[in-house]
Design a protein around this ligand. Structure first.
Ligand code: PGA
Length: 251
């Protein structure tokens, strides 16, 4: 019997989605049916849609936030806390996405605090790491990833539930991806870093993210070190997202 854990196929809608787009989730849930899926399925819509989506998602689709504030509550206009996401029906939260690092100047210290907030609220965080094109071309990919991991996962955190997403910044929304053997090698490197930090060898799932689509999903998800996918653009349409879910490795 294959005892490998089921892969996690996560959709990140980013700042896309109005109430009328609930129809995509309705289609997704209907197509997934009620049987045991090969993969865990997660959708991270904008926070404004969580309370509505929770009424549709049922048991087949988990819901997540795209970011959270480190504090539980307080005078932080415009922010959403991990506790609020949980209260709205989320079970996961994305932390440290490169768009947050870039447009909101999030640094490792803040990302570490957000991870702790997710754990405090009982959410499962997905920590995103990844190199820029310049860093890749300078041969710094592994050094960057190791630094991001050490910065976000300092202290005694290895007992906590966690997933990782390796998202090369130059692959996000561009239609470009690393070669499959490069993805596998990088995931293997990340696994080694996590083990050094103290996580068990079969610990956090390591998702790949960056231009995953129905055409390339099967090749990427077949890689030994890949524990799932974090999907942006191709998660917006139920038909594309379903094709990617259908490409998950059968556990
Ligand atoms: P993409 O985005 O699939 O549109 O490249 C992935 C992500 O940013 O999580």
């Amino acid at each position: 019997m294959n005892t490998a854990p089921r892969q996690l196929i996560a959709g990140n809608w980013k700042m896309n989605g109005l109430s009328l787009h609930r129809s995509e989730l309705v289609k997704l849930v209907a197509a997934l049916g009620a049987g045991r899926l090969a993969a865990h399925v997660l959708l991270c819509p904008p926070a404004t849609l969580l309370t509505d989506f929770v009424t549709i998602a049922g048991d087949m689709v988990q819901l997540g936030g795209q970011d959270c504030h480190p504090a539980e509550k307080g005078a932080f206009t415009g922010d959403v806390s991990a506790e609020m996401l949980k209260d709205a029906g989320a079970t996961y939260v994305i932390i440290g996405h490169s768009e947050r690092r870039q447009y909101h100047h999030e640094n490792d210290e803040l990302i570490a605090a957000k991870l702790k907030a997710a754990w405090r609220a009982g959410l499962h965080p997905i920590l995103c790491i990844g190199e820029s094109l310049a860093e890749r071309e300078a041969g710094q990919t592994f050094a960057v990833l190791e630094r991001q991991l050490a910065g976000a996962l300092g202290g005694d955190v290895a007992g906590n539930v966690l997933s990782l997403a390796y998202e090369p910044i130059w692959a996000i929304g561009t239609g470009k991806t690393p070669q499959n053997d490069e993805i596998n090698e990088t995931h293997g490197f990340i696994r080694g870093c996590l083990t050094k930090i103290g996580f068990p060898p079969a610990g956090p799932a390591i998702l790949y993210g960056g231009s995953v689509n129905p055409q390339n999903a099967a090749g990427i998800l077949a890689l030994a070190h890949v524990g799932g996918a974090l999907v942006g653009g191709a998660s917006l349409k139920a038909s594309d997202f379903l094709a990617i879910i259908g490409a998950a490795r059968v556990a």
